[in-house]
Design a protein around this ligand. Structure first.
Ligand code: ARG
Length: 269
């Protein structure tokens, strides 16, 4: 990581809603609902008997977000398939993105499914599954701001990011950028609209959702940093990792991956 002499302001807003947990129903047809006896041929991964716990930060549409009291999204669907394969019910722990890896290693969850990009640094702390999605970091600006056209133009500007994300790492590693960290990306976008930050750096799909239907902000057409999302397990938890990899492969093979993709992405565009 590059050295930098940045002025960092940590905006801890809305922390009150963190640490919420909820139960999601079991996966569709493959769910072992109503069966208390899990098939003996399947060795359940660690965690307590009934549940397998997905850790996430549900502020990342369309991967994980709230619809009423429910947490839904692309990652939730994949996690339901993992739970079904493990013969367990899925429980979701919703917490600050930056605390997920610590939470995983403290056994607050069995795996992280949070649009989490594989990075060298994270690889020293967790084991990643095969990647299941390719993404990029994008820049959101005010529609009438001509001064930011590329990532280089962020120098000298105030840039909002979600704390602990790869967008945060990227911008924090760039000299001369004033980074403002938020615990939720939507708050960064609100501050952009209010003129408190000049730009927001965030993953492509959530960026699109955050500007949808709003004329005063737009996503710049200049992606940078290609990244891959993968599911994280504790280091050495090979049994669960193998199970997750087999689920990802099966979903791709049997067409379920495409179905889930169509459910959450605007494939026409
Ligand atoms: N892909 C980025 C990263 O790994 C951002 C992920 C944010 N995910 C979320 N559920 N809030 O750092």
């Amino acid at each position: 990581m590059k050295k930098n002499k940045l002025l960092k302001v940590v905006a801890v807003i809305g922390a009150g809603v963190l640490g919420v947990s909820m139960f999601a129903g079991c996966a569709g047809s493959a769910a072992p609902q109503g069966t208390n006896d899990a098939p003996t041929t399947q060795t359940p991964p660690q965690g307590d008997n009934k549940y397998i716990v997905m850790g996430t930060n549900a502020e990342f549409e369309p991967f994980e977000y709230r619809e009423g009291s429910e947490i839904v999204g692309f990652d939730v669907e994949i996690s339901k398939a993992i739970a079904a394969k493990a013969g367990k019910e899925l429980k979701i722990e919703d917490m600050e993105f930056g605390t997920l890896i610590v939470g995983l290693n403290n056994k607050q969850m069995d795996f992280i499914a949070a649009g989490m990009s594989v990075t060298e640094d994270r690889k020293t702390q967790v084991d990643f599954s095969e990647p299941y999605f390719t993404s990029k970091q994008m820049i959101i600006v005010k529609s009438d701001d001509g001064s930011i056209q590329t990532a280089d133009d962020l120098v000298g500007k105030k840039v909002g990011v979600q704390l602990g994300t790869t967008g945060d790492l990227f911008v924090s590693g760039t000299d001369g950028v004033e980074v403002i960290q938020f615990d939720k990306a939507p708050l960064a976008v609100m501050e952009l609209k209010n003129g408190k930050v000049d730009a927001v750096v965030i993953d492509a799909e959530p960026a699109k959702r955050l500007v949808e239907g709003q004329d005063d902000i737009k996503v710049l057409d200049v992606p940078f940093t290609e990244e891959e999302y993968a599911i994280a397990v504790r280091k050495g938890d090979t049994e669960l990792l193998n199970l997750i990899n087999s689920v990802i492969a099966e979903l791709k093979e049997n067409g379920e991956y495409d179905r889930i993709f169509k459910q959450f992405f605007d494939v026409e565009e």
